[in-house]
Design a protein around this ligand. Structure first.
Ligand code: ZN
Length: 538
């Protein structure tokens, strides 16, 4: 038997065989079952995702001798001829090469004749957007008043190039890119039938490389079988196609997010030395960052596209970067990708993009600038009131150091209560009385409670569930204000420490609304709103 490529051999034969297009097959099946058929259908979507296959299955459904049926038998003459592409009643036209008005005129003349064997005469026009304007107009005449025995099925990758008058006469179906997990599953199905051992990681690497196109994935599998024989591992896929492993992309992202410029560049160098395709790596990186963005917004949304291992790395990376920063990063890399396309030295552009990205991650965001401005403003009063301590030999730098990032690091303390707890509670009551009833500081103070004193450290506990909230609220400014209030009350220097502690109830959901309100009530925010004549959208 002659060799048949997988894409052809495993071409879907029924609606249920279609991979990843359930929304289309369900609607078409219902239409056929209820005999509510349109005169013209338009299948839209990128190449290699099943437009022509869907069209042929629909044609079989209509013309099968047992039809119209949602389950064409596949063995009658009509079904077999349609599957083989030589049915007299199903006329397949490639819009790219038969785009002249002459071709369409010929079609119009033939439309009048009844079908030879089947129920319908079906015109399948692929790449319909390639038809010339005159050809479109000629076609339109037929579409306006089609004979009852005629059905049109159009397919296109570029619907925006199809005349609106044609579009409006078609039932349109948008076929989707197929999720990587579904493609990987289908590849395993083929591998099983062909007695090929395909590592799951290899299947996933192919699926990622195919970018949602099933036909491409099948062709890649063909190539791999020719190259490696019956056992295909992930490294085979990566080597044959110059892909970078998912693990490497994860590693690269991790190093970028942690701001490790030398280590990131080193990894890039390794990849380039190993002959990896830099364009591909860049697009993989962007895809991963995009997944991360989606994951941050809605963790469930990427489930279909990524395997469980990758979900773990997404979870880890999501905590390392804020959403607005991530958007910026994607923008930067997308721009770099555009520059790389035409550049002879792609690696150079990649390196520059990485260095810039890491640099920009170290720069302040608008939110941080606003906070810093606030600190500056309050700073005046701070320095006046603190001048005695400066005179006493405590330099502002050392105070800053105490209030620096190290102080925010929430440390879990032993469950035994530190000494001086009653005193700290009493002191805290005095502090609370002085905190303004609105603003960030109030929200913060309501989510924490005193748990003791340790030397010059005033320990404030919070629920482990509130960790990220506390980190956000415990700005240097807020900490300094608390320390100031403590000093006013006691006459000595303090350093506040936030500690995650089991047993403290998390601030409830009701507080979320409260904190949104306190955000709006914060004097600084109000001032900013006035300054920009702005409003807060809820
Ligand atoms: Zn049949």
């Amino acid at each position: 038997m002659s060799y048949e490529v997988f894409a052809r051999k495993y071409r879907p034969q029924t609606f249920d065989d279609l991979v990843g297009q359930a929304h289309v097959s369900r609607t078409l099946k219902n239409a056929v079952a209820q005999n509510r058929l349109a005169h013209a259908y338009l299948f839209v979507g990128p190449r290699g995702i099943g437009k022509t296959s869907t069209a042929r299955i629909l044609a079989k459904s209509l013309n099968c001798i047992h039809g119209p049926t949602v389950t064409p038998c596949g063995v009658c003459d009509n079904c077999r001829e349609i599957a083989a592409g030589n049915s007299l009643d199903v006329i397949e036209i490639d819009g790219a090469s038969n785009n002249s008005v002459e071709d369409v005129r010929q079609l119009r003349d033939n439309v009048r004749y009844a079908p030879a064997k089947g129920r319908y005469k079906i015109y399948l026009i692929d790449e319909v957007h390639m038809l010339s304007a005159q050809a479109f107009n000629a076609l339109l005449k037929t579409l306006e008043e089609p004979p009852a025995h005629v059905k049109f099925i159009f397919a296109t990758t570029e619907p925006q190039k199809v005349l609106p008058t044609i579009l409006s006469r078609c039932q349109r179906f948008d076929l989707h890119r197929i999720p990587a997990n579904l493609i990987a599953q289908h590849l395993q199905f083929i591998a099983g039938k062909e007695k090929i051992t395909l590592e799951p990681a290899a299947a996933h690497a192919i699926a990622r490389g195919a970018e949602g196109g099933l036909r491409d994935a099948e062709s890649m599998l063909d190539q791999l079988v020719a190259f490696c024989g019956e056992k295909i591992g992930e490294s085979d896929v990566l080597n044959v196609f110059g892909f970078t492993s998912e693990q490497t992309v994860v590693e690269l992202t991790g190093r970028i997010l942690q701001g490790e410029t030398p280590a990131t560049l080193e990894l890039l160098y390794e990849q380039s030395e190993n002959g990896k395709d830099m364009m591909r790596l860049m697009s993989d990186l962007i895809v991963y960052l995009r997944d991360l963005l989606v994951f941050k917004a809605k963790p469930d949304a990427v489930k279909e596209d990524v395997d469980p291992d990758l979900q773990k790395s997404l979870t880890a990376h999501a905590g390392l970067i804020a959403t607005d920063r991530l958007l910026e990063l994607i923008d930067q890399f997308a721009a770099a990708e555009g520059r790389m396309k035409w550049a002879p030295n792609k690696k150079l552009h990649f390196e520059v993009a990485i260095i810039k990205a890491i640099q920009s991650l170290g720069q302040a965001t608008l939110d941080e600038v606003i906070e810093k401005l606030g600190e500056l403003r309050n700073g005046k009063t701070v320095s006046q009131k603190e001048s005695p301590s400066v005179a006493a030999g405590v330099s502002p730098a050392s105070q800053n150091a105490a209030a620096g990032p190290a102080a925010t690091t929430a440390t879990r303390v032993a469950e035994t209560a530190p000494p001086d707890e009653p005193y700290s509670i009493e002191l805290w009551q005095k502090i609370l009385a002085k905190i303004p009833v609105k603003g960030f500081l109030r929200t913060l103070s309501e989510s924490i409670r005193p748990i003791g004193i340790d030397g010059r450290n005033f320990l404030l506990g919070h629920s482990p569930d509130d960790k990220s909230k506390i980190e956000a609220l415990a700005s240097a400014n807020n900490r300094r204000q608390l320390e100031m209030l403590l000093k006013e009350a006691t006459g000595r220097d303090w350093s506040v420490k936030f500690v995650a502690k089991d047993g403290i109830p998390p601030s409830s959901a009701v507080d979320a609304a409260k904190s949104a309100q306190s955000f709006k009530d914060d004097p600084l925010i109000q001032e900013a709103l006035e300054m920009f004549n702005a409003q807060i959208k809820s």
